[in-house]
Ligand binder design. Structure first.
Ligand code: PBG
Length: 335
C-alpha cells in the first residue's frame, strides 16, 4: 500500500500488527470477512422408494432422504436461516437418456414441489439440472453411437429438464453438466415457455475433480470412467474466465466455481471480474476429508469447518454450497 506523500511515515518500530489481535473483542471488531447464515446453501439428496433416510457412509452426517426425512430436514434448514437448498434426486430406475429427469413425477421434481410447499417462502429452492443421477451409464449427458457424450443432443434434454423443474417451482436451476451452450439453450427454453423469473446458476468453472468421490455414493452413481471430456482440466485457470464470460453472455444469473478449497485462485480471479454473483461449491470430498481427519482426532473439527468455509468467502464467494450449512448457521447464530 502506498501512503500519500503528505502523510508522515510512522517509525518502522511503531508497526505492531499484533495490536489488533490482542483480545477476542478486538479481533471480532477488525475481522475483514464474516460468514452469515444467509451465505450458505445446503445440498440435499432425496432418494426414491425409501421408508427412512439412510446415512451416506463416506459423508458422516449427510443422508439420502426419504420424503418424510426430507420434510423435517427442510424445516431444520429454514429454522437455521440459511439462504437456500440445492436438491439432487436419486431415482429407482435409470435409462440411457435419463427419462426420470423429465418425468414431472420423477423424484427430483416431486421433491422440488414438496420443498416449495414447505419452505418456499423462507429458502431459495434450487435444483441440480444434470442427467448423471438419472442415466444408466452415469454420464451427465446422452451418449453418441461411439460412446462419447453428445453435447448438442444433451442440450435438448437439458431444455426439457429446465421446463419440468421450473414447472415444479424451482427458483434457480443449477446447470452442472458442463455442456457447451447449456446456459443459452436453457434460458431460451425458459423464456419461450414464460418462465421469465426462473433464474439460472451456471456451474461455469467446474473441474474434473477427485473430490467428487463421496458424491458418487450419495447419488448411487453408475459412472465408470471419468468426466474429463466435459469438465475442466485441473491445470487450467485462464479457461475458467472464458467459461464464466460465455455463461454470463448466455444469460447466467449466477456463476459458480467448483470444487472450492483447491480452486481458491480460480474463485478469486472469477470474483474480480464477474458482473454477476459468484458462488462456490465446497464438495463432498472436501467435507469427507475434514470429517475423516476429525474422527481420527487429527484436527479440531469445528475450527477446521469454520476455517475452510471462511476461506472460500474470503477468496470472493458471495454464497457457498456446503454440507455443513445448517450446522454452521446454527453455530454462527449462537455466537
Ligand atoms: C453433477 C454433479 C456432481 C456434483 C454436483 N453435481 C458430480 C460430478 O460432477 O461428478 C458433485 C458434488 C459433490 O461432490 O459434493 N450432477
Amino acid at each position: 500500500m502506498s501512503r500519500s506523500h503528505d502523510t508522515p511515515a510512522p517509525r518502522p518500530s511503531a508497526f505492531r500488527p499484533r495490536r489488533l489481535r490482542t483480545t477476542p473483542a478486538m479481533r471480532r471488531l477488525t475481522a475483514q470477512t464474516r460468514l452469515h447464515p444467509e451465505d450458505l446453501v445446503l445440498p440435499m439428496f432425496v432418494r426414491e422408494g425409501l421408508e427412512e433416510s439412510v446415512p451416506i457412509a463416506s459423508m458422516p452426517g449427510v443422508h439420502q432422504h426419504s420424503l418424510d426425512g426430507f420434510r423435517s430436514a427442510l424445516a431444520d434448514a429454514a429454522e437455521a436461516g440459511i439462504g437456500g437448498v440445492m436438491l439432487f434426486g436419486v431415482p429407482e430406475k435409470r435409462d440411457a437418456v435419463g427419462s426420470q429427469a423429465t418425468d414431472p413425477d420423477g423424484i427430483l421434481n416431486l421433491a422440488t414441489r414438496i420443498a416449495v410447499e414447505e419452505v418456499g417462502d423462507e429458502l431459495v429452492v434450487q435444483t441440480d439440472l444434470c442427467l448423471d443421477e438419472f442415466t444408466d451409464h452415469g454420464h451427465c449427458g446422452v451418449l453418441a453411437d461411439d460412446g462419447s457424450v453428445d453435447n448438442d443432443a444433451t442440450l435438448e434434454r437439458y431444455a426439457e429438464m429446465a421446463l419440468v423443474q421450473a414447472e415444479a417451482g424451482s427458483a434457480l436451476l443449477g446447470l452442472s453438466g458442463m455442456m457447451d451452450g447449456q446456459v443459452g439453450v436453457v434460458r431460451d427454453a425458459l423464456e419461450k415457455a414464460g418462465h421469465t423469473s426462473t433464474a439460472v446458476l451456471a456451474y461455469a468453472a467446474k473441474y474434473a475433480s477427485s473430490f467428487y468421490g463421496p458424491f458418487r455414493e450419495a447419488v448411487d452413481s453408475q459412472l465408470s470412467g471419468d468426466r474429463r471430456s466435459y469438465q475442466m482440466d485441473n491445470a487450467n485457470s485462464r479457461e475458467a474466465l472464458l467459461e464464466v464470460e460465455l455463461d454470463i453472455a448466455e444469460g447466467a444469473d449466477v456463476v459458480m466455481v467448483k470444487p472450492a478449497g483447491s480452486y481458491l485462485d480460480i474463485l478469486a480471479a472469477v470474483a474480480a471480474r464477474s458482473t454477476v454473483p459468484v458462488w462456490a461449491y465446497q464438495v463432498s470430498g472436501e467435507y469427507a476429508m475434514i470429517e475423516a481427519a476429525a474422527a481420527n482426532g487429527w484436527i479440531d473439527r469445528e475450527r477446521a469447518i469454520d476455517e475452510s468455509v471462511l476461506a472460500i468467502k474470503r477468496a470472493g464467494a458471495d454464497a457457498i454450497l456446503t454440507y455443513w450449512a445448517v450446522e454452521l448457521a446454527d453455530r454462527l447464530t449462537s455466537r
